[in-house]
Design a binder for this molecule. Structure first.
Ligand SMILES: Nc1ncnc2c1ncn2[C@@H]1O[C@H](COP(=O)(O)OP(=O)(O)OP(=O)(O)O)[C@@H](O)[C@H]1O
Ligand code: SF4
Ligand SMILES: [Mg+2]
Length: 375
């Protein structure tokens, strides 16, 4: 444990998010989904946000990109990209930045690719105009149909980009509609589209997780190569710990709309400190041996009335009185690593010692078997 502590921040950050809160108002009340998230992505750094389904990863990145409708969303906090506060810029300026300086790729090709246009047509539009949303209709028609040279240059750029993402036979692919491509090819086309205007930051939400394992690995390998070749910063969102481990430099572990642990990928995977991270790690099925993954009992909290104190306390085997009433701060567990858990606070008055993966796994399993006995 380290006494004095500053929140870990990337060197030369391209993106910094401070104290981000996202609530959704509804008829039944306020859903407090993202609660005080701080994160940063450095220049040429690959950063992962990992956590179970429903823990607020996509809401976090959507709020960074201004993709949430306000209302019902209520967003507060600072989101700085390249030193500029995105929440203070005009909508038009943010739309211009999207696709040119910041790009996003989604898990679902239908969110990025339009099923009624060929790959060639839509990617050439992106190469020629950046974001077509910000171009006046008259300029779009003039440039697309009457400026042959610039259209041809954009086409060549697309073919080169498709080659860079290792798409076989780019000229033929240009003539295809998204429905004529496999899932892996669609993902490559989406990555190509996202990189056409040479953004500084690529945000990838669950990229490739719907594909089979081999193709998913290939897509991750491709992202890693592109990050190195293009000095690209990547913020990847995943519920797949293996994916985070495979390509990220740093990881944020998210639970119930909060970052509960952060540090270098190597340290987080070799020495996870937070009981939630340890529970996640012990849930990953092992390829060798006949051990079954037990998982963490229970599910992510509801956001309408989130648990008091530490949001993880209803599922935590180490929960004690303080956890039920007070929220833990970020405590240092190493250089540039932090962990929001009272087991690491400076006074350490909890009845438990610092947890280990093995201890957490055993405690989770004994809770589960006593639950089973009760039923
Ligand atoms: N527009 C909305 N209004 C109300 N609640 C919302 C809205 N959008 C998302 N949520 C809630 O926010 C929570 C977090 O959702 P989010 O999509 O960020 O999860 P996630 O971590 O990305 O999960 P997954 O791994 O399944 O993609 C969910 O409980 C979801 O129901
Ligand atoms: S603060 Fe308490 S409930 Fe939360 S993770 Fe730590 S021990 Fe568990
Ligand atoms: Mg999501």
């Amino acid at each position: 444990m380290i006494d004095s502590f500053e929140e870990p921040v990337a060197d030369n950050p391209v993106l910094t998010v401070n104290d981000l809160h996202v609530n959704f108002s509804s008829f039944d009340g306020l859903h407090q989904v993202v609660d005080g998230v701080n994160l940063s992505v450095g220049n040429s750094e690959v950063v992962a946000i990992a956590g179970e389904t429903g823990c607020g990863k996509s809401v976090t990145v959507k709020s960074i990109l201004g993709l949430l409708q306000e209302p019902p969303a209520q967003i507060s906090g600072t989101i700085k990209f390249d030193g500029k506060d995105l929440r203070q810029l005009s909508e038009k300026k943010v739309r211009q930045m999207k696709g040119t300086q910041i790009s996003m790729v989604y898990q679902d090709p239908m969110s990025s690719l339009n099923p009624v246009f060929t790959i060639g047509e839509q990617l050439t539009d992106t190469a020629q105009f950046g974001s077509t949303e910000t171009v006046r209709k008259i300029d779009y028609i003039k440039k697309k149909y009457f400026e042959r040279q610039s259209r041809q240059q954009a086409r060549e750029k697309v073919i080169n980009m498709l080659r860079e993402v290792q798409m076989p036979d780019p000229e033929r692919i240009m003539k295809n509609y998204p429905s004529q491509l496999s899932g892996g090819m669609c993902q490559r086309a989406m990555i190509a589209q996202a990189l056409l205007n040479e953004p500084d930051l690529l945000i990838a939400d669950e990229l490739g997780t719907a594909l089979d394992v081999t193709i998913h690995d290939e897509i991750l390998g491709l992202l890693q190569d592109l990050a190195i070749q293009r000095n690209l910063s990547i913020l990847m969102i995943t519920h797949n710990l293996g994916a985070a481990r495979q390509i990220s430099d740093r990881v944020y572990i998210m639970y119930g709309g909060q970052i509960v642990e952060t540090g270098s990928t190597e340290n987080i995977f070799n020495h996870p400190a937070h009981p939630y991270t340890q529970g996640l790690m012990s849930s990953v099925p092992k390829l060798s041996g006949d051990e079954m993954a037990e998982g963490i009992d229970g599910s992510v909290p509801e956001y309408l009335n989130p648990p008091s104190g530490c949001r993880f306390h209803p599922r935590c085997p180490y929960a004690h009185d303080k956890c039920r009433t007070e929220q833990p701060d970020a405590y240092a567990t190493g250089s540039n690593e932090a962990n929001n858990c009272f087991l690491y606070d400076n006074e350490h008055q909890s009845p438990y010692d610092e947890p280990t993966v093995e201890k957490t796994k055993n405690m989770n399993e004994s809770i589960k078997s006593s639950e089973r006995r009760k039923k």
